[in-house]
Design a protein around this ligand. Sequence first.
Ligand code: CO
Length: 286
Amino acid sequence: MILRTLQQVIPAMETSDGAGVKLRRSIGQTPQTRLDPFLMLDEFGTDNPQDYIAGFPSHPHRGFETVTYMLDGHMLHEDHLGNRGDLRGGDVQWMTAGRGIIHSEMPQQLEGRMRGFQLWLNLPAQEKMKPAGYRDIPAAAIPGATLPGGGSMKVIAGTLRLGDRDIAGPVQALSTEPVYLDVGLPAGGTFEQALPSGHNAFLYVYEGDAVVGAAAGARALPRRAAGVLSPGDSVRVAATGESVRFILLAAKPLREPVVQYGPFVMNTREEIEQAVRDYQAGRLTA
Ligand code: CO
């Protein structure tokens, strides 16, 4: 077993998007901080409704997937296909933009709070123009497990071996074979988990401060930072001081060129120009 170590720490940067929604961007804050096939990770969360009330009015996407995971509060969304949903605490929306989707995402607070993540996951060249697809995954459909050393884990995507059983998340069989976990550790708790060795992987700590790796290879990962992991086949995370909560993402790299222009992510500049023309002509989703 080769334990993955913390290779790079990307502190989240405060930014705003949509109609002025304040968020913290770690992965993808620059083209150099993408981690193939992960294009971007935003954490949104605030106690001040003015920070996000204007939401993300109608906007397009082409060429990748957006994965929204709500912790608190909720998110109303609607798209051109007629899908309409209300994502609540613990729910996930897995949206495949494919050749094109036009949707709105309007965060709402509940009892004064709103918190969640949006991840952008790239699609391989041969799937960028497939028809748009969409899945709302209620919290009840996301399996959880108690960890041997205390703490708990939810499996949103992929299948994880825990002791003598497999825990299969609701999202399976995508070409990048993503693993998406939400892990909570009590103070003093540790999490040790095998991950597919060919996958790129990172974690993002959203409560507490974690230590990644073991012995001489252990390194601190503060909250609100993405920690990119080195190659290897397992990961170890410890909560040394207070309790820790983090999400862990892993997926098979595509190793294809990435050309991004706002909400369009393609392989070439020509494909981006085509996306802009299609959107302007009202045939992005046609
Ligand atoms: Co969107």
